[in-house]
Design a protein around this ligand. Sequence first.
Ligand SMILES: [Zn+2]
Length: 342
Amino acid sequence: MPFRDIIGHERPITAIQAALSHGRLAHAYLFHGEAHIGKSLTAMRLAQALNCEHPSSIEDRDSCGACRSCLHVAVRTYVDYVVIEPDQESAVPQIKIEQVRDIEHQFIYRPLIGERKICVIDDADRLTIGAANALLKTLEEPPGHGLFILISSRPQALPITIRSRCQSLRFTPPAQTQVEAALILKREIPPAEARFLALFTQGRIGEALTLDIAALRAQQRECLDLVAPATLTSITAILTSAESLAKADRGGDILSWLSRWIRDLVIVLVGGNPDQLLHLDQLDQLNRYARQADLGHLLALLNEIERTEQQATRHLNVHMALESVLLRLRDALGLTRTEVTA
Ligand SMILES: [Zn+2]
């Protein structure tokens, strides 16, 4: 699976291929940009292109994706290719100094097969201070045969001393249409589902390719039940729903969905582009609510949900938060008046 199969990222890939073709690869790169958009994949493709047994033409150097070297790189069993990443099992995932030391020792020796020994450091912003210092020493005097690729969605969290030793390549999410086209092709799903996934993941193609659509739709349905007039016009229904969702540990997810729904309502309210609506199939209901909704209230509510989500790790009472959001949403939608007349 060579570079040409990557969705988007034309700029960084062109830069990499030019460097490859002219033998001008840097010793260290920093691939940065949002999570799950293809940075790690590009790093792996670069390792394949460097070691492929049947590379394509010199001008447009790319791997075949099918030879022994390409396959070994893909499953991380290639001798001159190492990936280090944080230990995901621990509460605070970190890259430890031992992992970097281990690389240092391996990189003393020349590559066994190819021209470069390649080390990918995924989530490099999770290096401990000790590990970062050890890496800095290596980057200050890199072995001529070494290629380091640091990957980060939070590059500002990396010490500037490390960043300044790396050639920086910025990755941006691929266009929505590109993601949609890729999803239709690779997941064989209808265009409406592809559009939904592309919008939901906001171009994070890695997620879009793997997310369980049925599970997502079920979550969306839960949220739509909550914002249905039958629930929102009745305080009892609101309290009962909030309680049962919180008991089922669904509060956090639902808050995120409520925020997506409110964002859609705001788009409708300000006459924005319907192409941007995640709940496009709910346009009739959104239009009905938009007629009596209060924009200022809705925007304040979006802020409140965002704040709640940021605090969610600090054992916030999700049940209370959900209740409060729903009651305020009812106000913002002018449903208190509806109930009086009902
Ligand atoms: Zn190959």
